[in-house]
Design a protein around this ligand. Structure first.
Ligand code: KG4
Ligand code: ZN
Length: 338
């Protein structure tokens, strides 16, 4: 079965071609146009610009994906697209495109929840949804920071979330205060490699064993105050150390709570996913803490951490195998899945 996965919920226009075999899933291509340069000047994503860029790029990205996969459009047998959550205008471009194409090709088309896509990105190379097991998933992206308990048949229970900013926002907004470009997550991670994580202790909010919620807005304020107090010159001179300390504060609290969530719920498998899961320090610290507690950590490969089309097709494949995929079903908002 040949699948096309389309992702357009935010600022990436992405198409992937996947081949579903009996025991495995092959990614034949996973192409993406990143709109970062279009939004950079504004210091964040401008929804109107994002919709227009999706409209402009979705056909070329699909053509590129088909070419790389050495597949013709007629060979596509099923289409999955991101239906929610995301920027409304951006989602509509992907949804309209997917539905029009499916109609023309006379094939089925499925709307997928973006966050479920992130979760499934961690399962893709396993070729199966581990149907008989329970998991804790820590989803950390630019818009979400959530801890969910996942039971067989895609049953979700929300067990913790951010009360304000998402982890990705904590990276991006703190990076902005430090004078870094948008989005700052990958840049902070790169700079932190040459820094001392113990240079300064940034606050860890809600750091108590009873709470599985997160809060990052205080960290943003603390970075702002730090920059004001120390001055621009000091910050520039010590950028690597500040980035390492900031990254440590975020990775520390995320990994503590994820392991606590797994222990509290007696779950042996922990999934880390979403754009921030590309952060190597977070992966390292979580792996260290998980293995100390006998918990198995499952992460997507770095290339599948940030938004992509393959994760959307993967979610459709796993749902279909569990007989939980209905064509044109109304895709529920994330909080309605619980
Ligand atoms: O999942 P994603 O691609 O888009 C959303 O669904 O939001 O996540 C984007 C977020 C951004 O906030 C970005 O700064 C962050 O992921 N990010 C990282 C890294 N790579 C991307 N944060 C920390 N370290 C990274 N290496
Ligand atoms: Zn995402």
């Amino acid at each position: 079965m040949i699948w096309l996965g389309i992702e357009s919920s935010c600022d990436d226009t992405a198409c992937a071609i996947l081949r579903e075999n009996k025991d495995s899933i092959e990614i034949l291509s996973n192409c993406l146009y990143s709109q970062i340069d279009e939004h950079k000047a504004w210091g964040g994503i401008v929804p109107e610009l994002a919709s227009r860029a999706h409209l402009e790029k979705i056909v070329p990205v699909l053509e590129q994906a088909l070419e790389q996969a050495n597949t013709s459009i007629e060979e596509i047998e099923q289409i999955a697209f991101t239906a929610s959550p995301g920027l409304m205008g951006s989602l509509l471009v992907g949804a309209n495109f997917a539905q029009g194409l499916a109609k023309d090709l006379g094939i089925e088309c499925y709307g997928i929840n973006h966050l479920e896509g992130h979760i499934c990105s961690a399962m893709l190379d396993k070729g199966e949804w581990l149907a008989d097991k329970s998991f804790i998933a820590l989803i950390v992206s630019g818009g979400h920071t959530e801890l969910v308990l996942l039971k067989p048949k895609f049953k979700y229970t929300s067990i913790g979330k951010t009360r304000d900013d998402a982890a990705g926002e904590a990276f991006d907004k703190s990076g902005k205060q430090l004078g870094l470009g948008y989005p700052a997550g990958a840049e902070i991670s790169r700079l932190a490699k040459n820094g001392n994580k113990n240079f300064y202790e940034f606050p860890r909010a809600l750091n108590e064993p009873t709470s599985l919620d997160f809060s990052f807005s205080g960290l943003k304020t603390a970075v702002n105050r730090y920059v004001q107090t120390k001055g621009k010159e000091f910050v520039e001179e010590n950028m690597a150390n500040i980035c390492a300390s900031l990254q440590e504060a975020i990775a520390d609290i995320l990994s503590l709570k994820a392991v606590n969530a797994a222990k509290k719920n007696n779950v042996e498998n922990l999934i880390l996913c979403g754009g921030v899961s590309a952060n190597s320090r977070l992966r390292e610290l979580l792996e260290e803490r998980a293995s100390k507690n006998g918990i198995n950590l499952i992460c997507p490969p770095p290339a599948l951490c940030t938004d992509n089309g393959a994760m959307i097709a993967a979610a459709a494949i796993f749902r279909k195998r569990a007989e939980l995929l209905v064509e044109n079903r109304e895709v529920k908002a994330w909080n309605e899945l619980f």
